[in-house]
Design a protein around this ligand. Structure first.
Ligand SMILES: Nc1ncnc2c1ncn2[C@@H]1O[C@H](COP(=O)(O)OP(=O)(O)OP(=O)(O)O)[C@@H](O)[C@H]1O
Ligand SMILES: Nc1ncnc2c1ncn2[C@@H]1O[C@H](COP(=O)(O)OP(=O)(O)OP(=O)(O)O)[C@@H](O)[C@H]1O
Ligand SMILES: [Mg+2]
Ligand SMILES: [Mg+2]
Lengths: 164, 161, 164, 161
């Protein structure tokens, strides 16, 4: 069903380009390796960061690849919206500034939809409405250690994670 | 609709009954390596029947999902949603796995009334929650999307088209 | 050459166990799936974090798997030592405390051997002898922005990375 | 023995001649995504002939290793080692790739004297620097060691035994 595919592809591509620009100030798009016969080829990504030359996925840095993939994930989410989203450590390869950008985007989207985000990076927590602390009691038994309400950026000192 | 509460009992690293309240908006979860953060995500996937045991890092089927800390032979998770109508109507999805003489039983319920997994999936679909959706991104999924072949990546659009 | 293999295996395993304990206070070892005919089976890892039950690689958390893999990498390095080591963002999945432990181990080893370590995590920089800043001039051209000498933990304020 | 200096000219994101001094002990490298940190590692692998162009994320062979920022058609990297003897003797390994009418040339040198890649490898081996060693861990290698099959993992011991 080539038409069904292309309809979905173009809509996802539209979301992808918007999201990528919001995250990087650059220009990005999804590319079908075989546009006339999509099912004979694959799907790759082309991005052009602000001021940089156009590059394909393979040559990008670790963080740039993650931004591409996250933009695609968020594009899939906007194509098929859900009542809640759970993201588990999607920011591992990002520098601090890019973690902030992802955090900002999530904060904006979360006004309409529930987001639950696991992270080891302090910049992700800065814009969260609240933080759930997960600890281990002896023997590896999980204990939920507390739910801190935040007014942006002032609960960092309460937190025992050294990243904060 | 949003998750209002998770009840996790004897599932993976949650040795005893644990209740986690959730609110709307942006909730961040933090803690040291191995503390149980990803297991919270697994518990949601488990209760809603959205992933295989293998996807939840359990090599021996549902057996490994039962907490090794107690001598109990069952695990139970309930996800309670608030439907965001004026009266705060709730809908809950729960699942229990139990060791039996012949293996393991897996019992689903909606609002505590026993259902099949198929019935649970069709109810969840009304709320745009599906097994092949992208609303739950597990640890390593983003890297997989980077490293997979371009054909694999295109197939993801086939799956959601 | 089963004997050559087993000789290497046992030596790597010895290093692995020492390193794993130093990093986690737990107990870990490499396991041959087929000890009598190693080439018919694979190699997996068994670890027991402090106070936790024994677990195989598949069931571990993201950070626990990284600690396992890093212990194996460091074991290979001790099996075949080299005059310098370069590590590119090996700490992505670790929590702040574990990044500190890796940083401590590198600092100790670096008294004898040169280490060059790329990281996005502030705790990795805390014990480095110096830091090289890499930035982009316009158009994505790399510029080496400066080499700061550190006396442990007091150059953090100089650094423009928001993780610090 | 330790790396004393890197000279990188027109290689990947290093548009012009860049010298990076290195000292003994623990050097940390930081910077934003895409600034060129991993490319520093690639430059060492390039000069010492330790990795394929593909491993250095270059899809079109050595062509993609030449900086796209200038109109120059060559890339050059030199790694200078201090032998840690009393007099601070140096040994340098360098490599130049150049566009030619028929493709690309790749020229290695030790102390600026032209050598083959084989000669470079055998000299480096005297200092325990080898292509299949574990002294250079690239971005993603640790995750690969976690995700590979147990057979793949065991083969790594075959390779170094
Ligand atoms: N059936 C079980 N019984 C007891 N403990 C279990 C069981 N299954 C998994 N665990 C434990 O749960 C822990 C993993 O938890 P989880 O993956 O949620 O950690 P995490 O907080 O996400 O860590 P990371 O930050 O490293 O990703 C493991 O240490 C594992 O031993
Ligand atoms: N031949 C080339 N000419 C110009 N720029 C190039 C060339 N090859 C690669 N680059 C650029 O180098 C950049 C990647 O650099 P590198 O991988 O070193 O980044 P990094 O600092 O390691 O980032 P990260 O923290 O995300 O891993 C890419 O943005 C890419 O566009
Ligand atoms: Mg986890
Ligand atoms: Mg990099």
């Amino acid at each position: 069903k080539k038409e069904t595919f292309l309809k979905a592809f173009h809509e996802v591509n539209r979301h992808f380009s918007e999201i990528f620009t919001e995250l990087t100030d650059g220009v990005g798009k999804l590319v079908l390796e075989n546009p006339e016969n999509p099912f004979l080829g694959g799907l790759t990504v082309e991005g052009q960061q602000k001021d940089k030359k156009k590059q394909k996925l393979a040559g990008m840095s670790g963080g740039e690849k993650t931004l591409m993939a996250l933009s695609l994930v968020f594009a899939f989410q906007r194509y098929m919206p859900s009542p809640f989203y759970a993201l588990d450590e999607v920011d591992a390869a990002l520098d601090g500034f890019n973690v902030e950008r992802i955090s900002k985007m999530i904060a904006t989207q979360s006004k309409l939809t529930q987001f639950v985000v696991i992270s080891q990076r302090s910049q992700m927590f800065d814009r969260a409405d609240r933080m759930i602390g997960v600890t281990q009691m002896g023997k590896g038994i999980t204990k939920i250690s507390g739910i801190k309400l935040q007014n942006s950026e002032n609960s960092a000192e309460n937190n025992q994670n050294p990243d904060k | 609709m949003h998750i209002k509460r998770l009840e996790i009992d004897n599932f993976k690293s949650f040795a005893n009954k644990t209740e986690i309240p959730f609110l709307e908006g942006f909730t961040a979860i933090g803690g040291i390596n191995g503390s149980g953060k990803s297991n919270i995500i697994d518990s949601i996937l488990f209760a809603l029947g959205l992933a295989s045991a293998r996807t939840m890092r359990s090599e021996k089927g549902v057996a490994d999902l039962i907490s090794t800390h107690n001598q109990r032979n069952e695990a139970y998770v309930k996800v309670v949603f608030d439907l965001d109508d004026e009266i705060g109507t709730e809908i809950s999805f729960s699942r229990r796995v139990k060791k039996t003489p012949s293996g393991y039983s897996s019992t689903y319920a909606i609002n505590d009334k026993i259902q099949t997994q198929t019935q649970v999936h069709s109810e969840l679909e009304k709320y745009q929650i599906t097994p092949n959706g992208y609303n739950i991104i597990m640890q390593g999924d983003v890297v997989e999307l980077v490293n997979c072949s371009s054909i694999e990546r295109r197939k993801r659009i086939d799956d959601i088209a």
